[in-house]
Design a protein around this ligand. Structure first.
Ligand code: ADP
Length: 461
């Protein structure tokens, strides 16, 4: 099969979250299973300044390679993409995001024809690529090159839909008739993700539970109705983890490599992190977090609970960026509990690896979680996940490999932390739980096989 993947971020070229991990790892797994894959993404500043060689293919198109033979195409437009951020900066989203990503989507389709790569499947991700199926079924539908190309939209998080003022609709180059309730209109605004849902041939989310949740009012963010209408072509495929990046035995970023049989070396990582964080180097439950600082990630209840949590005999290391109010809160907490809490308000790949390799508990109390990678990574590193039972967290974590609370309240979160503290004091039981976490395998191979089955289904439709 010929597959074109189109996304606004792909690891290692640009990353703000789990989307990049998926679009960076899935192509490799597909290639290993014998598929022919190419990738399209914008040529951001991080792409131009990166350490990979860039080849100019033609005006406005650059490339590099990934895996054995995957071409990654970067679409150039310095005015739109040569900026420090992907979607915005500290002050907020870039005001021209609609134009930026409409341009990226249209150019992807144009360049497919110019490089003469006619995919069987175009696999698009999130709202930033959601105009592709819309264009395929409208503006490009008379062009024989695009006939029979099937599209799959993966929704990584339905909380982000690409909402814009209807005054910008003319910039999309689409007929006004598409601005209605059965098209891209959403409460008098443009909703790009809704366009993707309606016009793509199939949709999937990144875990089976989340694919059901988003059809409900509680989790659908207003799109539950449209998703319900398309429920026969809505699937849930759990993300995997790229174990060539996330493996404590080979990880170059951590202080000491280790396996499940070498927990003593794991403790060396813990001591080194404690030292790095200016925390007392001692045997105490260390809770780690690597997270966007957003309500979705549980910060509303965690924000309420954190003071109480820091009163316990434990240590907390938090790495994250996001909402200003949580930055302020965490700075205060760090000041108040310098012996218990270390906070790093930034994006830091190296520190993230070190936190996974050093924490006893990995905290991820997300209010909703499409899939979640943090809990799967932490299992691989022997950090026991503590999660709320939702979406992909519910599909991957149970009392066998972690701590799960199922009522979204700060009291329940605190109770689970107390449970972890108690278990930690029982060294034998704790070590057997830690050893068990290493046995879980969420490799991309299985997920990629499921994607291939879904692609095949679409082609035969
Ligand atoms: P998201 O909803 O943010 O995509 P996921 O759990 O699916 O959440 O993926 C988050 C990914 O981003 C993980 O690889 C995690 O380690 C990484 N990450 C999140 N915040 C940071 C940060 N501040 N620094 C480094 N890595 C981070």
């Amino acid at each position: 099969m010929k597959i074109a993947i189109c996304a606004s971020e792909v690891f290692p070229f640009a990353k703000t979250g789990g989307l990049a991990d998926v679009t960076g790892a899935l192509p490799l797994a597909l290639e290993d299973l014998g598929q022919q894959v190419i990738i399209f993404m914008p040529k951001y500043q991080t792409v131009s300044s990166g350490k990979w060689p860039l080849k100019k293919e033609k005006d406005g198109l650059f490339s590099t390679s990934l895996g054995k033979n995957i071409k990654v195409y970067f679409i150039e437009h310095d005015g739109y993409f040569n900026r420090p951020g992907l979607y915005g900066e500290k002050t907020g989203d870039y005001p021209d995001n609609l134009e930026r990503f409409a341009f990226f989507n249209k150019k992807t389709l144009d360049f497919l024809k110019e490089i003469d790569f006619k995919p069987d499947i175009i696999h698009i991700h999130d709202w930033q690529a959601s105009l592709i199926p819309v264009y395929l079924k409208t503006v490009y539908s008379d062009n024989p090159f695009y006939k029979d190309i099937k599209s799959l939209l993966t929704i990584h998080n339905i909380g982000y839909q690409g909402l814009f003022s209807k005054d910008e609709f003319y910039k999309l180059g689409l007929d006004w008739s598409l601005f209605n309730i059965n098209g891209l209109e959403f409460y008098n605004q443009i909703n790009l993700l809704k366009g993707g849902i309606i016009f793509s041939d199939a949709i999937n989310t990144v875990s089976p539970t989340y694919s059901k949740e988003i059809q409900t009012k509680e989790f659908g963010f207003g799109l539950e109705g449209v998703l319900n209408q398309k429920k026969d072509s809505l699937y849930g495929i759990l993300n995997g983890i790229d174990y060539s990046v996330w493996n404590p035995e080979t990880d170059q970023f951590i202080f000491k490599n280790y396996s499940a049989q070498q927990l003593d070396k794991r403790y060396e990582n813990k001591a080194a992190l404690q030292k790095f964080c200016n925390l007392p180097v001692k045997d105490v439950l260390l809770i780690g977090m690597v997270s966007r600082l957003a309500e979705q990630k549980g910060w509303d209840i965690l924000g309420e609970a954190i003071d109480q949590i820091c009163e316990y005999d434990l240590q907390l290391v938090i790495l994250g960026t996001g909402d200003l109010k949580y930055h302020i809160l965490l700075e205060e907490i760090q000041k108040k509990y310098p012996q218990r809490c270390a906070v790093y308000l930034k994006f830091d790949e190296v520190l993230a690896h070190r936190i996974y390799a050093s924490s006893d508990v990995f905290l991820m109390p997300s209010r909703y979680e499409p899939c979640g990678l943090g809990q799967m990574i932490s299992l691989k590193y022997g950090a026991v996940p503590l999660v709320f039972k939702t979406g992909g967290l519910a599909d991957t974590i149970s009392s066998k490999n972690g701590f799960v609370f199922d009522v979204y309240k700060k009291e329940e979160l605190i109770n689970k932390i107390k449970e972890a503290l108690n278990l930690y004091r029982n060294k034998n039981r704790w070590i057997s739980l830690v050893k068990r976490t290493f046995t879980y395998n969420f490799s991309w191979q299985e997920s990629a096989k499921e994607y291939i089955r879904l692609y095949q289904k679409l082609i035969c439709k």
